[in-house]
Ligand binder design. Structure first.
Ligand SMILES: [Zn+2]
Length: 454
């Protein structure tokens, strides 16, 4: 895959950095992995606009209505991921930055930001058809700047980490707006180090984000306590995906192999089960590791419909993916957050009925549809803890019986919730074990090759 000059430069800088601190980058050509450029673009958002639930028809067979009130707008970009919330208006380099905040409309938000009424009208015309004004959210970011004559020269609206809208003034003096797409660079890296004080400090000393600590905690939960059990001289190694947006570290994606070698913990190793696994980790011998990413969100009677991205509607004969799993449970059954995170949506949303969406660390998002009620505290921007109650099972929206539709996204893609739920599988045997070991062995060699800088 050809690299852009800027990416080559970035890579080169990075290699130098790693060499300097005794870390290995798992280079593409040599070890069969490498730089992946994943485009997070319009397709993904269209996928979102058909949304979390179009399930009731097939699973219950009664409701054949297509579309209906509150259906997603065709082509309308669904924004269900927030960037970091910037709350205060700030000016830097002549650029004014603020958020949509509590404004009741786009107009009010930009007036609050300091744009004049005349400019607001001009801007709305330029953005018409590019920005869906009805989908603005409090955490959306606004930035603009003026030219030497004090004229609005540049305006940006950021509602998603992967795309934003930019309006600039043309030579003819008119404002022109367009959707800008950002490319997430995903690169597999190898990190290792020696603990002096804590795992977090060691990760930082190696030049990486503390987010890596969370991966260790999660994968080895129940086997080690990285607060208590770390000792001077312990070592760690990890192979994982690093994600960058425009050169800035965005976070960490999947981890493929981890090792912690400690005085108190002994040697702990975990490997991803397969190339398409999201978060199933096993020991070298095929023992499952507990401590999954997500908890089951409600006590249910039966799974009434499974995840099926390729489902074809039985009557309409068109693709209608079932982007989640349906847990049948009585109305009023408590629904809890599957993991720690931040609420990004809480309220009615078309066919989903009352919907809560939560964004979690490590690239996960969860969606809870058809809720009977949403707890009063649950509002966009609020932090929730794993297993905290968020609402009650119901049958609101396009649904023919009480159930929780539970959708899970990992790095913007719907994944099978069952695969990531707290259901540790049995020890791998037979062909499962040999498939796993075939996948694991090269990772193990790469893991062992990482310098810990002692
Ligand atoms: Zn469903």
């Amino acid at each position: 895959m050809p690299l852009l000059a800027s990416e080559r430069r970035a890579l080169k800088r990075k290699r130098l950095l790693y060499a300097g601190i005794g870390l290995a980058i798992v280079s593409g050509s040599a070890l069969g992995v490498g730089l992946l450029l994943l485009r997070g673009g319009a397709d993904e958002f269209e996928d979102d606009s058909v949304l979390f639930d179009v399930d009731a028809e097939a699973s219950y067979g009664a409701d054949e209505e297509e579309g209906g009130e509150g259906s997603p707008t065709p082509g309308g970009a669904e924004i269900i991921a927030f960037e970091e919330v910037v709350t205060d208006e700030a000016e830097h380099d002549g650029v004014i930055r603020t958020t949509f905040g509590n404004a009741r409309s786009f107009r009010q938000a930009i007036l609050n930001a300091g744009i004049s009424t005349g400019e607001a009208i001009e801007l709305e015309q330029a953005l018409d058809g590019v920005l869906d004004f009805r989908r603005c959210r409090p955490a959306d970011r606004i930035e603009f700047s003026r030219d030497a004559q004090g004229r609005l020269a540049h305006f940006e609206y950021h509602a998603s980490p992967v795309e934003f809208i930019r309006a600039t003034r043309n030579e003819d003096g008119t404002l022109k707006a367009q959707k800008m797409e950002r490319v997430i660079e995903r690169q597999r890296i190898a990190v290792g180090g020696t603990i002096r004080t804590s795992l977090g400090d060691a990760v930082e000393a190696a030049g990486f984000g503390r987010g890596i600590v969370g991966i260790f905690v999660e994968v080895f939960s129940g086997r080690a306590d990285f607060q208590r059990d770390t000792r001077d001289g312990d070592t760690f190694r990890i192979i994982l995906d690093e994600e960058r947006l425009e050169g800035q570290l965005r976070g960490y994606g999947r981890a493929y192999a981890l090792e912690y070698n400690g005085r108190r913990t002994g040697v702990l190793r975990a490997f991803l089960r397969s190339a398409d696994s999201e978060s199933e980790y096993y020991t070298e011998d095929g023992e499952p590791l507990s401590g999954s990413v997500l908890a089951v969100p409600c006590r249910y009677d039966v799974i009434s419909s499974h995840f099926n991205p390729r489902r074809v509607h039985p009557i309409l004969k068109r693709p209608m993916p079932h982007n989640g799993v349906d847990f049948a449970a009585p109305t009023g059954t408590p629904v809890v957050a599957a993991a720690d995170g931040r609420v990004t949506w809480a309220g009615p949303k078309g066919p989903n009925g009352n919907l809560v969406s939560i964004r979690h660390p490590n690239g996960y998002e969860t969606h809870y549809a058809h809720l009977h009620t949403i707890d009063r505290r649950i509002k966009p921007g609020v932090e929730v803890r794993k297993r905290q109650r968020i609402g009650q099972v119901g049958s609101t929206g396009r649904s023919t019986g009480p159930h929780l539709h539970f959708g899970v996204k990992h790095h913007g893609r719907f994944v099978d919730p069952i695969k990531v739920l707290n259901m540790p599988g049995p020890k791998l045997r037979g062909k499962q074990l040999s498939d796993y070991q075939a996948y694991m062995r090269p990772l193990k060699r790469q893991l062992e090759a990482i310098s810990v800088g002692r």
